[in-house]
Design a protein around this ligand. Structure first.
Ligand SMILES: [Zn+2]
Length: 509
C-alpha cells in the first residue's frame, strides 16, 4: 500500500486563526483526502507552536496565564478545523511533555556529536517575527534597520548555543540542484540560493538566555531552546521519534517508499528548505520528498496584517456560504506561483458559477428529469440510437477518468477542478442540444433513456471527484441517492438506482 505523511506548519499560538491558516490547512487536508481516496495510507498532522518570547508577551498583555491562553487558542484552532472538516491524524502542541522530551534528547545527541557548541550570539533581531538578520540582510531606512516585513530590528549580544549549519552550505546547495523536485514550485529554490546560500550560511543560534518560555537545555539550564529548532522537530515528534513506541516513525519516516510532504506559505520556506534538511542530515535521517510552498492571500490588493486591520476571518465565509464553499474556493483559486487576490465579489462569483449553477443545479435538474420521466429510477442504456452528442459525453467521461489520478499524484488538484468545470459546461450544452423535454413529448424513449443514463453516470463521477473538497454536500447527496460515494464507484453504471428528491445544495447568493 502506498503511504504518505503530509504536514502543515504548526501555527504560532499568539492569536486567532485567520484566512491564511485556513488556506494552508485546507490545501493539506484536500491533498490528504484525495490521496486517501485513491488508496494511500495517509498520516496528516497539524498543530500549534507554543513557545517563544512573543507568546509570553501576548499573554502578559492580555493578563492571561500563558498556559491558559495556549489552551484557549488551541481550542479555537481545533474548532475551526472541525467546522472545516479537516481530518488530521495528530494535533501537536509543542508545550506537551512528549514533544519537549524528544527535542531535549535530539539536542543532547547533536551536542555530543559536536554539531552544537557554545558561543556568543550577535544579531539584528526582529522580536515580532523572531528572525535574525545580518547587517547585509536587514533593510536600511533613515539610518535604522528593519526586517523584510518592516519591523524595526534590535541589536543583540549574548551567550548562545549554535548549530553548525555553515558546514552544510555546499551540501544543501548541491541538494537543491540535484533534486529539482524537492521544492515546488522550483523557482523558489533559486530564490533561496540567491538570498541565503550564496553569501554564505552562518551557524544558527539555537538557544536564548534571556527568555524563559521555551524548552530548557539540559546541558546548561540557563538557556532555553530557540523556537525554530523546537518547532521544526514536531515533524518527528508527531511520529514518536526516539521513543519506545515509535511504530509511526518506522512506518512513515523510515520507510523510504513513504512519501513525505511539507506544505506551507512562502515566508517560512527558508527554515523548512535550508535548516530543516540540515538538521535531518545531522541526525542521519532521510529528507522529505517535497516541500510545497504557496503564495499569500492578498486582501483587495493589500497584504493581510494585524496592524492594518485587514485580516480576513474565515468564520465570516463559513457562516454565510458554508464550509464547502470556503474549501472549494481556496483550492480552486490557490496559487503556488503567485499571491492571490481575495475579494468578496470574486468569492461570490466562483460560488455562484461553480457551486450553485454547475454542481448544485446540474444535480437538481437531472434528478428532476429522472423523477418526471422515469418514476425516480435511473434508466438503462440501450446502446442503440447513440448519437454524436451522446458519444461526445461518453468520450469526455473516459478522458477525465484517465487523467484524475495523475492530477492527484502530481498535486495538481486545481487542474482537476478545471477539468470538472469544463465537464459541467459540456453537460449543460448536452442538455440544451438534446432537449429531453421534446424527446419525452415525441415519445422517443430510447433516446431519452440513453441521455438520462449517460448524464446521470457522468454527473455522479463529477460529484465523486469533488467529494474530497465538498464534504458536506457529498453527505447530503448520499442521502438523495442512497449511495455511499467513494472513488471505487467511479466509472460505474448506476442504472436502476432509485433516487429521492433533491433540495437545492447551494443557494444562489
Ligand atoms: Zn519582523
Amino acid at each position: 500500500m502506498k503511504k504518505i505523511y503530509i504536514t502543515t506548519p504548526i501555527y504560532y499560538s499568539s492569536g486567532k486563526p485567520h484566512l491564511g491558516h485556513a488556506y494552508t490547512t485546507i490545501l493539506a487536508d484536500v491533498i490528504a483526502k484525495y490521496k486517501k481516496a485513491i488508496g494511500y495510507d495517509v498520516f496528516f498532522t497539524t498543530g500549534m507552536d507554543e513557545h517563544g518570547q512573543k507568546i509570553f508577551d501576548v499573554a502578559k498583555k492580555i493578563k492571561k496565564d500563558v498556559e491558559q491562553m495556549l489552551d484557549d487558542n488551541a481550542k479555537i484552532f481545533q474548532e475551526l478545523w472541525k467546522k472545516l472538516d479537516i481530518s488530521y491524524d495528530f494535533f501537536v502542541r509543542t508545550t506537551k511533555q512528549k514533544h519537549k522530551k524528544i527535542v531535549q534528547k535530539i539536542f543532547s545527541y547533536l551536542y555530543k556529536k559536536k554539531y552544537i557548541y557554545e558561543g556568543i550570539w550577535t544579531s539584528y533581531y526582529c522580536p515580532n517575527c523572531e528572525e535574525n538578520y545580518t547587517k547585509t540582510q536587514a533593510i536600511k531606512k533613515n539610518g535604522k534597520l528593519f526586517c523584510k516585513l518592516g519591523h524595526e530590528l534590535v541589536f543583540k549580544n549574548e551567550p548562545s548555543f549554535f548549530l553548525k549549519t555553515s558546514k552544510f552550505q555546499q551540501w544543501i546547495t548541491n541538494y537543491f540542484q540535484k533534486h529539482q523536485n524537492f521544492i515546488y514550485p522550483s523557482f523558489r529554490a533559486k530564490e533561496l540560493i540567491n538570498n541565503f546560500l550564496e553569501e554564505g550560511l552562518k551557524d544558527l543560534s539555537i538557544s536564548r538566555k534571556t527568555l524563559h518560555w521555551g524548552i530548557p537545555i539540559k546541558e546548561n539550564k540557563e538557556h532555553v531552546i530557540y523556537v525554530w529548532f523546537d518547532a521544526l522537530f514536531n515533524y518527528l515528534t508527531n511520529l514518536d521519534f526516539a521513543t519506545k513506541k515509535c511504530q509511526n516513525f518506522t512506518k512513515y519516516w523510515k520507510d523510504k517508499k513513504c512519501e513525505i510532504v511539507h506544505l506551507m506559505s512562502k515566508e517560512i520556506s527558508r527554515f523548512h528548505c535550508i535548516y530543516w534538511p540540515i538538521m535531518l542530515k545531522m541526525l542521519n535521517l532521510r529528507l522529505p520528498n517535497k516541500v510545497i510552498i504557496h503564495g499569500w492571500i492578498i486582501n483587495n490588493n493589500e497584504k493581510m496584517s494585524k496592524s492594518k486591520g485587514n485580516v480576513i476571518d474565515p468564520w465570516q465565509y463559513i457562516n454565510n456560504f458554508g464550509s464547502d464553499a470556503l474549501r472549494y474556493f481556496l483550492v480552486k483559486e490557490s496559487s503556488f506561483e503567485n499571491d492571490f487576490n481575495f475579494t468578496d465579489k470574486f468569492f461570490c462569483d466562483v460560488y455562484n458559477h461553480d457551486l450553485a449553477n454547475n454542481y448544485g443545479n446540474m444535480l437538481t435538474r437531472i434528478v428532476g428529469m429522472i423523477k418526471k420521466y422515469c418514476h425516480d429510477v435511473v434508466p438503462s442504456l440501450t446502446k442503440t440510437n447513440l448519437d454524436h452528442n451522446d458519444q461526445k459525453i461518453i468520450i469526455k467521461r473516459k478522458e477525465i477518468l484517465k487523467k484524475y489520478k495523475n492530477f492527484i499524484n502530481n498535486y495538481k488538484i486545481k487542474d482537476l477542478l478545471n477539468e470538472v468545470q469544463n465537464s459541467y459546461l459540456l453537460l449543460n450544452k448536452y442538455i440544451d442540444e438534446t432537449k429531453p423535454w421534446i424527446l419525452f413529448k415525441n415519445r422517443e424513449f430510447s433516446k431519452l433513456f440513453n441521455f438520462l443514463n449517460i448524464i446521470f453516470n457522468f454527473n455522479c463521477d463529477l460529484i465523486i471527484l469533488l467529494s474530497p473538497i465538498l464534504t458536506q454536500a457529498t453527505k447530503r447527496i448520499e442521502k438523495i441517492l442512497h449511495l455511499k460515494l467513494n472513488f471505487e464507484l467511479l466509472n460505474k453504471d448506476h442504472a436502476k438506482l432509485k433516487i429521492h428528491s433533491c433540495p437545492p445544495l447551494f443557494e444562489r447568493k
